[in-house]
Design a protein around this ligand. Structure first.
Ligand SMILES: *Cc1c(COP(=O)(O)O)cnc(C)c1O
Length: 392
C-alpha cells in the first residue's frame, strides 16, 4: 500500500518535502534571539556571522534608530495606501529627490522592496512582441519579471557580450530590454556595464541594471556600480535595493524624468501595493547621509576583501570565486560538500551560509562569504584560521 497523501487532492506536500530533503535542498531558518553587528545569539550560542548583506554595518546604527524613532513619532508606522492614492508623504518625496541626486540621475522612484520592483519593472517595459535579454546568472526577481512580461526571453551566457550581441543582432523584436545584476549576488563579480550599455546604444535597446550589491559599496561616495563606471545614458535604468548596504528596506529605480514617470504609471507592483511606511523613508534619508559621509566603511570593506583574497591557505579542493566585492564565494560543487563545510564552521561558532540550487546553477554549490564593515580584521582572521586548521 502507498503511504497516504499528506495534502489535499493533487497536492502531496509530504512527498514533495521528502524529495526536497533527498536532494539536500531543505532550507532551514535559524531564529536569531539578539544581535549586535555581526555577532548573533542563536539557541543560547554566540555566533560570528558572515551571512548578512549589511555590507556597511548600518542596520543598527544609532543615527538610523533615532531617525526611525523620530519618524515614527511624527508619521506613525503605516503608509495607509498605495503611493498613487494617499501613501506618498513628504518623506517619500524628499527621499526620491535625494536618491536621484545620490546616484546622479534625473529622477528616482522608491519601492517598498526590490523583488516586487524588478518583477514589476520588466513587464512595464516590455510585453508580447518584445524581447528581454537576461544574463544567465540574474537574480530571481529579474527572471520572474521577464516571465511575467510575456516577452521573448533570451538568456545570454554569463557576462558574455559576444553572445548578447549575436542575440540582439538576430532579434526581430519590436523593443529590446537587456537586464543584468551589476554585482552578481552569489558570485560577487561585476557585469561588464560599459559594454552592455554600448550594445544597448548599438541595438536600440534599454539596459536595466540591478545594483542590489553595489549600491553603497562601489562608486564615488557609494553611488553604486553605474557611477563607478561613470555611465550616463537615457538608455540606462538604474535599480538598487535599500535593505542591504543601506541597512533599512526598499528599493528604487532611477533614470530620465520621462522614463521614471512612465514607470510610475505602468508598474503594477508600484501602483497596486501599499507604500513603504514614511518612517522607513525618513530612516533611509539618514542612511544616505551616513553612506556618503562615512567612507571609512568602504575602506574597511576593501581591506577585509584584500585579506580574504590574499589568504594563501585554502584547502586544495576549494576555489575562491573571481570577485573584488564583499561577496566572496567559495565554490565547492556538490550540495553535500557545501553543507558539510557550513556545518563544520557552524560548530566553531562561525556562520557562513551554504548556497545551493536553484539559487546557483546545479553542481556549483558554495559557501557565500559576505563581508561587512562591522567585521573587525580579527573576525576575518578567525574565520581564515578556522578553515586552515582543518585536516583536508
Ligand atoms: C536582494 C536582491 C533583490 C531583492 O531585493 P529586496 O529588497 O530584498 O526584495 C533584488 N536583486 C538582487 C540582485 C538582490 O540580491
Amino acid at each position: 500500500m502507498t503511504a497516504p497523501s499528506s495534502g489535499p487532492g493533487a497536492w502531496d506536500f509530504g512527498a514533495e518535502l521528502r524529495a526536497v530533503d533527498a536532494a539536500q535542498l531543505r532550507r532551514r531558518r535559524r531564529v536569531i534571539d539578539a544581535y549586535e553587528g555581526v555577532r548573533l545569539r542563536i539557541d543560547g550560542r554566540d555566533m560570528l556571522s558572515f551571512c548578512s548583506n549589511d555590507y556597511l554595518g548600518l542596520a543598527q546604527h544609532p543615527a538610523l534608530v533615532q531617525a526611525a524613532q523620530e519618524a515614527a513619532s511624527r508619521w506613525g508606522v503605516g503608509a495607509t495606501a498605495s503611493p498613487v492614492l494617499c501613501g506618498h508623504s513628504r518623506a517619500h518625496e524628499q527621499l526620491e529627490q535625494e536618491l536621484a541626486a545620490f546616484v546622479g540621475l534625473p529622477r528616482a522612484l522608491y519601492f517598498y522592496a526590490g523583488f516586487p520592483a524588478n518583477a514589476g519593472l520588466v513587464p512595464a517595459l516590455v510585453g508580447r512582441g518584445d524581447a528581454v535579454f537576461s544574463d544567465a546568472l540574474n537574480h530571481a526577481c529579474l527572471i520572474d519579471g521577464a516571465r511575467l512580461s510575456r516577452a521573448d526571453i533570451q538568456v545570454y551566457a554569463h557576462c558574455d557580450v559576444d553572445d548578447l550581441a549575436r542575440r540582439l543582432q538576430a532579434s526581430a523584436a519590436r523593443r529590446r530590454l537587456i537586464t543584468t545584476d551589476a554585482v552578481f549576488s552569489m558570485d560577487g563579480n561585476l557585469a561588464p556595464l560599459p559594454e552592455l550599455l554600448e550594445l544597448a546604444e548599438r541595438f536600440d535597446a534599454l539596459l536595466l541594471v540591478d545594483d542590489a550589491h553595489g549600491f553603497g559599496v562601489l562608486g564615488p561616495h557609494g553611488a553604486g556600480s553605474a557611477a563607478a563606471f561613470g555611465l550616463r545614458s537615457p538608455r540606462l535604468l538604474y535599480m538598487a535595493t535599500l535593505g542591504k548596504a543601506a541597512g533599512v528596506a526598499g528599493a528604487f529605480v532611477a533614470g530620465s524624468a520621462d522614463a521614471v514617470e512612465f514607470l510610475m504609471q505602468r508598474t503594477r507592483s508600484y501602483i497596486f501595493a501599499t507604500a513603504a511606511p514614511a518612517m522607513i523613508a525618513e530612516t533611509l534619508r539618514a542612511s544616505l547621509r551616513l553612506i556618503a559621509e562615512e567612507s571609512w566603511r568602504r575602506e574597511r570593506l576593501r581591506e577585509l576583501v584584500r585579506m580574504v583574497r590574499e589568504h594563501a591557505h585554502w584547502p586544495p579542493s576549494w576555489r575562491l570565486g573571481d570577485s573584488t566585492t564583499p561577496v566572496q564565494p567559495i565554490l565547492l560543487g556538490s550540495n553535500q560538500a557545501a553543507l558539510e563545510a557550513m556545518r563544520r564552521l557552524w560548530d566553531q561558532g562561525l556562520w557562513v551560509p551554504a548556497i545551493r540550487p536553484p539559487t546557483v546553477p546545479e553542481g556549483s554549490a558554495r559557501l557565500r562569504l559576505s563581508l561587512s564593515a562591522a567585521h573587525a580584521t580579527d573576525d576575518v582572521r578567525c574565520l581564515l584560521r578556522a578553515i586552515e586548521s582543518w585536516d583536508h
